[in-house]
Design a binder for this molecule. Structure first.
Ligand code: KMH
Ligand code: ZN
Length: 281
């Protein structure tokens, strides 16, 4: 058993700052969150940004500023979301890669997303995968449903391994319209992973804890954060992302799979050294 990669997904695109005041939406809030979570054991940050009115944004200038700030002030692996919000057009989602993150998400298929549809056409997936190969950006393949793993097998077969040569997936479980956040679904997904792939898992809402425990038992890694979880326990809103990272790190230690140091994560996933100089890291 190896140690545990802990990814923090602090913001997402779905919750409003008005409804969730603890959500980090400004650059300062995001950087402070990143520092706090790194100190507690996070090694990757999955980033969605907001505009000046706290609405989801894929503005390239803001994304670039965010990547630079996170590189300067933390040693976390910076993973930008190419998923954005369900309303974002494909060309804006592809343009995210121009901000030169270490990693970017690459969702492996279309999925109902509550009352919305999160659209991921095959041609778009191929374009993302190939552009990440060209730009030396490591993808994290987002798996919302079992069929997405069949698409991943086809993608790798036809278009080759991602940059870095290693396949890393994130099972996003419990989205209304996607696979449920159950142990059975997790076991089925793990059985369908490409040979040699690693995976993390996150369960949204009430599936957070069962999915976290199942992922640890199955040798997987963890993603936690306010993108996926807003309630810490029944009747107790999450106080902040650090609280969720602290819980994940504690459970990982209990499972004798402590948080993986960032340098080991970079080596495992094949993340390119972009010359970041981390403060205190
Ligand atoms: N906000 C969702 C529609 C990703 O970041 O790549 C898509 C999402 C996946 O969060
Ligand atoms: Zn996301």
């Amino acid at each position: 058993m190896t140690s545990t990669i802990i990814t923090v997904a602090p913001t997402g695109a779905e919750s409003s700052k008005a409804a969730v005041p603890q959500l980090p939406v400004t650059l300062d809030e995001l950087v402070q969150t990143a520092k706090d979570c790194e100190a507690l054991g996070a090694s990757i940050i999955h980033v969605h940004i907001r505009d000046e009115d706290a609405r989801p944004s894929l503005d390239l200038g803001r994304l670039t500023e965010t990547v630079d700030a996170l590189r300067e002030q933390t040693s976390l692996v910076v993973q930008l979301s190419s998923g954005g919000a369900v309303t974002d057009p494909e060309e804006h989602r592809l343009r995210v890669l121009d901000a030169s993150p270490d990693m970017a998400s690459c969702t492996m298929g279309t999925v109902n997303f509550g009352a919305d549809v999160f659209m991921n056409r095959w041609e778009f997936i191929v374009a993302l995968h190939q552009r990440m190969q060209d730009r030396e950006i490591v993808p994290e393949y987002e798996i919302f449903d079992l069929g997405h793993l069949a698409s991943l097998a086809k993608l790798l077969d036809k278009y080759g391994l991602p940059y870095g040569g290693h396949v890393h997936c994130d099972l996003v479980m419990g989205v209304p319209g996607g696979m449920p956040g159950t142990i059975g679904a997790l076991v089925a997904a793990v059985a369908a992973l490409p040979t040699g792939a690693t995976f993390s898992a996150t369960g949204v809402g009430r599936s957070t804890i069962p999915v976290m425990l199942a992922a640890l038992s199955a040798g997987g890694h963890l993603r936690v954060g306010m993108e996926d979880t807003l309630t810490y326990a029944p009747g107790r809103p999450v106080e902040g992302n650090a609280q969720l990272v602290a819980r994940a790190a504690g459970l990982a230690r209990l499972a004798q799979r402590p948080p993986m140091p960032v340098a080991e994560v970079r080596a495992l996933l094949g993340v390119r050294d972009r010359g970041a100089v981390a403060v205190g890291g």
